[in-house]
Design a protein around this ligand. Structure first.
Ligand SMILES: NC(=[NH2+])NCCC[C@H]1O[C@@H](n2cnc3c(N)ncnc32)[C@H](O)[C@@H]1O
Length: 421
């Protein structure tokens, strides 16, 4: 409600600077670019403001804006230079640690070899782009198992210098061309028939390397070309996590005969605010059948879709137990180059061979006893961080519909988990 003085009681109109690009979706949202100066006319809610830019007016996400002249956040200072944190990101891939981890992951690496092997005939004379090739393993599989005309192995980190040596060492120079640089800045001489990449991060999206893959698709994949993976899905299941809960919370009940329970709220905040990466869930800890709550079609997905990925779920509790939280993982599918050919699946869930991603555990603040026949329904939102572009926040909202009247379970809950900022 506007007050009678010049500005409103929410300080409007107020000039704000954009901290990051916002492409917006829906006709009433106003798109803008990082560092644009917008005039905020009203702040109807804490999340969405009514603003104007170059004479156009619409809703904008408040978290993307900072009032002109307001003190810059430390994060904002550093992130305006490098919202992608590329320096440390590509430095981490310039050493062998992560490449050793990925190459040691047989499920992951064999899945890509299987894709190349089962499509070897159709890859003959094809032009392939391996985006983020790392040590070049996928490109070497292509050269070793099939006869593509060329594979452009694109790699931004300094490992690319060694990738060139590996290509030479394995007599693949005729086929594989290593291009050092970010895919977004790489020029290829031709369009490609196949764009292959191993871009999946924890919880599928973390690192947001997928944005680079979508941009390369739009720029270099020829009409009718193939994306590998062709699709990907995020799976979720309500679960028990008794040992993790005991390790982090129950521990304080009586260490060495003393009562340390006043530390439990601190422990819950410290250990359960962020998701737990590399969690190995035992299938017996799943309280229901999992479901795919977010699916990504790599042919139609748009970069702006990545700002906010939403999913709904409805789980029927199949076994009584303690609902400690949710576990998430992903599957990726690689369609065949031949019509009617077999699709290859990379499944990082609890019923498949473990991978280096393992699974991701989201712990509730308070465990809830649930019973067979109960249902847990709700929603998940993966909200990309408007400032730190490789990060996101996962917000889970759930309702427990108990099949037993007498239980006093908390029926509704919601929690947001930063990954990592
Ligand atoms: N599955 C993942 N989460 N990460 C595994 C693949 C990551 C590899 O791709 C490289 N990489 C990531 N983004 C890019 C990019 N835009 N351009 C070139 N190389 C890249 C990165 O340096 C690393 O070698």
């Amino acid at each position: 409600m506007q007050s009678d003085k010049e500005g409103g009681d929410d300080g409007c109109p107020e000039e704000c600077i954009a901290l990051s690009d916002f492409t917006g979706s829906g006709s009433d949202q106003l798109a803008f670019t990082s560092k644009d100066k917008l005039l905020v006319h009203a702040k109807p809610s804490s999340d969405w403001w009514w603003a104007e830019l170059h004479g156009v007016i619409g809703y904008v996400p408040a978290s993307y804006l900072r009032p002109v002249g307001a003190a810059k956040e430390r994060d904002e200072e550093t992130c305006l230079e490098d919202p992608w944190q590329d320096e440390e990101y590509f430095a981490s891939y310039g050493t062998l640690r992560l490449h050793l981890e990925m190459l040691s992951d047989k499920s992951r690496t064999e899945a890509y070899r299987q894709v190349i092997f089962t499509n070897s005939a159709s890859l003959r004379n094809k032009v392939v782009m391996d985006l983020g090739c790392g040590t070049g393993i996928i490109s070497l599989f292509c050269a070793q198992l099939s006869q593509p005309s060329v594979v452009y192995a694109v790699e931004a980190s300094s490992i690319a210098e060694y990738t060139r040596q590996l290509v030479k060492q394995n007599d693949c120079e005729e086929v594989v061309t290593v291009l050092q640089g970010r895919a977004e800045e790489t020029e290829l001489p031709v369009q490609v028939d196949v764009l292959v990449s191993e871009w999946m991060g924890n919880c599928l999206l973390f690192e947001f390397m997928v944005e680079s893959v979508l941009l390369a698709r739009d720029r270099w994949l020829r009409k009718g070309g193939v994306m590998w993976p062709s699709s990907a899905a995020l799976a979720l299941v309500p679960c028990q996590a008794e040992s993790y809960y005991a390790e982090k919370i129950a521990f304080w009940e009586q260490p060495y005969g003393l009562d340390f329970t006043p530390l439990q709220p601190l422990a819950q905040k410290e250990f359960f605010t962020k998701p737990k990466f590399s969690h190995l869930i035992d299938p017996s800890d799943c309280l229901s059948a999992p479901c795919d709550i977010i699916t990504m079609d790599m042919y139609t997905l748009q970069v702006e879709d990545l700002e906010e990925m939403k999913g709904q779920f409805h789980f029927c509790v199949e076994r009584s137990g303690v609902f400690h939280g949710f576990t998430a993982w992903f599957t990726a599918h690689f369609e065949s180059l031949e019509t009617e050919g077999a699709t290859v699946e990379l499944n990082t869930g609890p019923n498949s061979e473990p991978t280096h991603w393992k699974q991701t555990l989201f712990m509730l603040d308070r465990p809830v006893r649930v019973y067979e026949g109960d249902s847990i329904s709700g929603s998940i939102v993966l909200h990309r961080n408007p400032i730190w572009r490789r990060h996101m926040t996962v917000t889970l909202q759930w309702n427990i519909n108990s099949s037993k009247e007498e239980t006093d379970n908390c029926q509704v809950g919601t929690k947001s988990f930063p990954m990592w900022r």
